[in-house]
Design a protein around this ligand. Structure first.
Ligand code: URA
Length: 231
């Protein structure tokens, strides 16, 4: 069941607030009956909603993979007017990124207009694995590697990596970490806590999806990928 104004807004024709105005103006019908209450929930499978006599088509869900470049924000509206990931995609539909990547972080970002799908992928109980390539300011000491795997406290809550790998023998500055946390700035905070600075951050996998396209580009997720992610 979906609120009537949300259904109208999700279809892409107007905002939720404007949809409320259309309802109050008596321009919206549900199953051929004019509806002027804002409290109505509709069944997407059965109910037919029309505006000025014309049927409103439900918005189709879309799913994109972006290999996020540096210098772009993942919020949909930036108060400093910086370029956003949705500006980059430039689609007609209103879509949003699933989770966040920092301004200068690159890598996998999934964007959609399917709120339930997004919720499932960010809900902590689903333990979605994120993998990051990290460049540190100095080599990671073995004792700190152990601490990151055991868990350290960031802002009073324990956080840990489930894997720490080294990309090259004898190079302990360039590492790969895996975690199931989506807290803001999680990777950077984990390292700041033990006095390292993250100089470069790239998300190399999110829920098994890897950035197989050049940085700064995007593609639709395949049906197969959407199905796997929905499970
Ligand atoms: N952790 C961070 O610190 N930054 C990101 O962009 C993603 C995870």
């Amino acid at each position: 069941m979906t609120r009537l104004n949300k259904f109208i807004a999700d279809s892409g024709i107007t905002s939720r607030r404007k949809a409320e105005e259309l309802i109050l103006q008596g321009r919206v019908t549900v199953n051929n009956k004019t509806v002027t209450t804002l409290a109505l929930n509709i069944d997407l499978e059965k109910d037919v909603v029309s505006l000025d006599g014309e049927k409103i088509k439900p918005n189709e869900h879309v799913y994109y993979l972006m290999n996020k470049p540096k210098g772009v924000v993942t919020t949909t509206d930036d108060e400093k007017k910086r370029m956003t990931v949705t500006d980059l995609l430039n689609l007609k539909q209103k879509i949003f990124p699933i989770g966040r990547l920092d301004y200068n972080t690159t890598g996998v970002l999934i964007l959609t207009n399917d709120g339930d799908f997004a919720q499932r992928l960010i809900h902590p109980k689903n333990n979605i694995i994120r993998e990051y390539e990290v460049k540190l300011d100095k080599p990671l000491e073995p004792e700190h590697e152990a601490a990151l795997l055991k868990g350290v406290f960031i802002e009073g809550t324990r956080g840990k990596f489930i894997a720490v790998k080294f990309r090259k023998i004898k190079d302990r500055k360039n590492i790969v970490v895996q975690c199931t946390e989506g807290r803001n700035h999680f990777v950077k905070k984990m390292f700041t806590t033990i006095n390292y600075t993250v100089e470069k951050l790239h998300r190399s996998s999110f829920a098994g999806i890897v950035p197989d396209i050049p940085i700064g580009s995007f593609r639709k997720l395949t049906k197969d990928e959407i199905q796997k992610l929905s499970k």
